[in-house]
Design a binder for this molecule. Structure first.
Ligand code: CP
Length: 317
C-alpha cells in the first residue's frame, strides 16, 4: 500500500507484508526495549515513558467489531507514550449511517494525528489509508491481524530466543490471524506449517506470496504432520466475528483441536499460543490453554508493548 498521502517519515501499518524485514525486526526490538523501560520503572500500570515520545499526539480508534485486548492495549499505549486516544464505535459514527470511508479519512486527518481501524472489510482499511493524511493502523480486518502477530513474535522470542529458523505450527482455521503469521514467517525467516481443513485454508495468493518471497510456509490437512518438531503451536477461535454456519464450522474443524495428544507430538518444550478470546473445548482444551506450556497471558500483555512500538514506528520516531 502506498504511503503517498503521508508526509515522511509518517507510515501506515497495514500489513506485515508491506514491511521490510529490517522494519519488522526493528519494531520487535523496540517493543522489547519499551517493555524493559516500563517494567524497570516500577510504576506498573501508571507508567508514563520519561521521554513522552508521542507527547501531544492523538489517536482515533475506530471499532466496527468488538475488542478487549486491542482497544485497551492501544489506549494504554498512547497514554503511556504521552499522547491521547479517542475511542469511536463505527455504529455511533456517521460512518455507520453511510458516510464514506474516504470522507471520514479526510475529516479525521484534520482532527487527530493517527487513525487505528478495526474493520469488517480490509477494503475499508485500504480506503482509509488511501485518503488519510495521517498514519493508519490495521487493528484487525477480515483479511489480517498484523498487530497481534508482532506481540506473538515478541512473546516467542522472550521464551525461546530468536524466532529465525524455529518451527511454528498452526492448527485450525486459515483465518486473518493465520494470514499475518504467513507474512511473519517470511519476514522473520521461520518455518511455518499450517494444518487447515480444505474448506478453511488461507487464501491461495497469500501462500503464493510466501513462496515467491522465499518463505518456508507449508500447508497440510493433517495436524499431526504440522506439529512434528514444532517449537510453538498456535490456534485461534473457529468462530470469528461475523461467521455463520457455526455448527458446520465446528464439525469441520473438530479434528484440528489443540489437545494434549497433539501437543505431545511436537517438541518437548514447545509453547502454546492463542490470540484470544478462546473457546475452551473447541479449538483448544482447557488442559492445554491453562497448562504449563501455554504463554497466552504474556502474549496478551505483549500487545501493549508491541502497540507502543508500532505507534512510534508510524510516527517515524
Ligand atoms: N486478540 C485480539 O485482537 O483481541 P481483541 O479482539 O479482544 O482485541
Amino acid at each position: 500500500m502506498s504511503n503517498f498521502n503521508l508526509k515522511k517519515p509518517y507510515r501506515h501499518f497495514l500489513d506485515l507484508a508491506t514491511l521490510t524485514r529490517g522494519e519488522a525486526r526493528d519494531i520487535i526490538d523496540k517493543a522489547r526495549a519499551l517493555k524493559i523501560i516500563a517494567t524497570e520503572t516500577g510504576h506498573g500500570k501508571g507508567f508514563i515513558h520519561p521521554d513522552r515520545p508521542l507527547a501531544d499526539k492523538s489517536l482515533a480508534m475506530i471499532f466496527e467489531k468488538p475488542s478487549t485486548r486491542t482497544r485497551v492495549s492501544f489506549e494504554m499505549s498512547i497514554h503511556q507514550l504521552g499522547g491521547k486516544a479517542i475511542v469511536l464505535q463505527g455504529n455511533d459514527m456517521q460512518l455507520g449511517r453511510g458516510e464514506t470511508v474516504a470522507d471520514t479519512a479526510h475529516v479525521l486527518s484534520g482532527f487527530v494525528d493517527a487513525v487505528m481501524l478495526r474493520a469488517d472489510s480490509h477494503d475499508s482499511l485500504l480506503d482509509m489509508a488511501a485518503h488519510a493524511t495521517v498514519p493508519v493502523i490495521n487493528a484487525l480486518t477480515d483479511y489480517s491481524h498484523p498487530c497481534q502477530i508482532m506481540a506473538d513474535v515478541l512473546t516467542f522470542e522472550e521464551y525461546r530466543g530468536p524466532i529465525t529458523g524455529k518451527k511454528i505450527a498452526w492448527s485450525g482455521d486459515g483465518n486473518n490471524v493465520a494470514v499475518s503469521w504467513i507474512h511473519a514467517a517470511v519476514l522473520f525467516d521461520c518455518e511455518l506449517t499450517l494444518a487447515c481443513p480444505k474448506e478453511f485454508c488461507p487464501p491461495t495468493q497469500v501462500m503464493e506470496w510466501a513462496a515467491n518471497n522465499g518463505g518456508k510456509v507449508t500447508l497440510t490437512h493433517d495436524p499431526a504432520q504440522a506439529v512434528e518438531g514444532a517449537d510453538c503451536i498456535i490456534t485461534d477461535t473457529w468462530i470469528s466475528m461475523g461467521d455463520s454456519d457455526i455448527d458446520a464450522r465446528i464439525a469441520i474443524l473438530a479434528p484440528y483441536q489443540v489437545n494434549r495428544k497433539l501437543m505431545d507430538l511436537s517438541n518437548r518444550d514447545s509453547l502454546f499460543m492463542h490470540c484470544l478470546p478462546a473457546h475452551r473445548g473447541e479449538e483448544v482444551t482447557g488442559e492445554v490453554i491453562d497448562g504449563p506450556r501455554s504463554v497466552i497471558w504474556d502474549e496478551a500483555e505483549n500487545r501493549l508493548h508491541a502497540q507502543k512500538s508500532i505507534l512510534i514506528w508510524c510516527f517515524g520516531k
